[in-house]
Design a protein around this ligand. Structure first.
Ligand code: DAH
Length: 347
């Protein structure tokens, strides 16, 4: 084109070619290439316009005018085409990326707290509100703390209630209840008053059945001071039960026996499933046993370092899994540690 004589016709011809090429540009990239080819700094139209000085003086104004018209027309066509491409692109993406908002969503899997953990935390929370501190005690115990200092001498028949896992080391065992923590806590707090709960795992060498596991949680409680009576025990545990199972829930105390408390009792709460009317879960009694309790035996107080002639206390121990089973109608205690997601996901 450089060699052709320059006329307005040359301009028109280039413009015609440019328009045809523009019509064929079907995507953004081709379109930008087109702009560079024709209207860019080194583009064909731009170069033609630069050659105006080659023309005889009298032809230059008409040529210049025509060149500007063409340039503007091409820029306008370019703008329209770019806009049209954009609209087309948008429509395409709307069709291709269409979302069916009526499809049900895919839910993500959430981790959750184990039901036992949930119940333990609730017990801890209520106890904390009532002024009890959490005291952590060890899972591996000595025969001395698990039994002897709690007033179970060797060969005492009450040991039969708690079949024990012994270790290969003499007199070292897995705690069968959280009560030995009472000894550790008392020895640490003595001679100050004490109000603690001791949650933890316990172990018993038992036949696995729907009602008994070889491992289970207990939460122990201990309150000691200079004027603590059985009425404090009753009041505190009744209040606890109402916070735990709902206000207005009836409770009752039955006389019982534990070597480390005197007197000893068991507390029942009105069945939370049938409201005391009697059902399969409460064996038609209307009551559920939830804990053992009593006034700390003077020998145990002494073993904890306190003087039983001036100091007194009450203690209690409960098995939260039993309450959880009742609450949710769980029929087999083995589900708790079976790690079956179908069970765990229900909580
Ligand atoms: N340690 C008892 C058990 O495992 C439960 C218990 C009963 C704990 C009475 C106590 C208590 O502190 O006072 O069967």
């Amino acid at each position: 084109m450089q060699d052709q004589p320059l006329t307005e016709l040359t301009l028109d011809q280039v413009a015609k070619e440019a328009l045809a090429a523009l019509g064929a540009a079907a995507d953004g990239e081709t379109l930008e290439g087109w702009h560079v080819t024709y209207l860019g700094r080194k583009g064909q139209v731009t170069q033609l316009i630069r050659r105006v000085s080659d023309l005889p003086k009298e032809e230059r104004p008409a040529f210049g005018k025509r060149a500007n018209e063409i340039k503007q027309a091409l820029e306008a066509a370019y703008g329209r085409h770019a806009q049209a491409l954009k609209v087309r692109e948008m429509e395409r993406s709307l069709v291709e990326g269409a979302i069916d908002v009526t499809l049900p969503g895919r839910s993500t899997a959430h981790g959750r707290l184990h039901p036992s953990t949930q119940v333990l935390r609730r017990i801890t929370q209520i106890s904390a509100d009532m002024g009890f501190q959490v005291y952590r005690s060890r899972d591996v115990e000595t025969d001395e703390c698990n039994f002897q200092l709690l007033n179970f001498p060797r060969h005492h028949p009450a040991r039969d209630m708690q079949d024990t896992f012994y270790t290969t080391q003499r007199d070292v065992l897995l705690r069968t209840h959280t009560s030995p923590g009472q000894i550790h806590a008392m020895r640490e707090y003595c001679p100050e008053p004490i109000r603690v709960i001791l949650p933890g795992m316990c172990y018993r060498y038992e036949q696995l059945t729907a009602r008994s596991e070889i491992q289970f949680y207990q939460v122990e409680g201990l309150a000691g001071g200079y004027d603590i009576r059985f009425t404090d025990l009753k009041g505190t545990l009744t209040d606890f039960a109402q916070r735990m199972f709902g206000s207005g829930r009836k409770t009752r105390f039955r006389a019982s026996y534990f070597p480390f408390t005197e007197p000893s009792a068991e507390m029942d709460v009105e069945c939370i499933l049938c409201d005391g009317r009697g059902c399969r879960v409460c064996k038609h009694t209307g009551w559920l046993e939830i804990l053992g309790c009593g006034m700390v035996h003077p020998v145990v107080l002494q073993n904890g370092g306190y003087d039983p002639s001036v100091f007194s206390g009450y203690a209690f121990g409960m098995g939260p899994e039993r309450s959880t089973m009742t609450r949710y109608g769980i029929e087999d205690i083995r589900y708790f540690w079976g790690n079956d997601l179908r069970f765990l996901e229900q909580f």
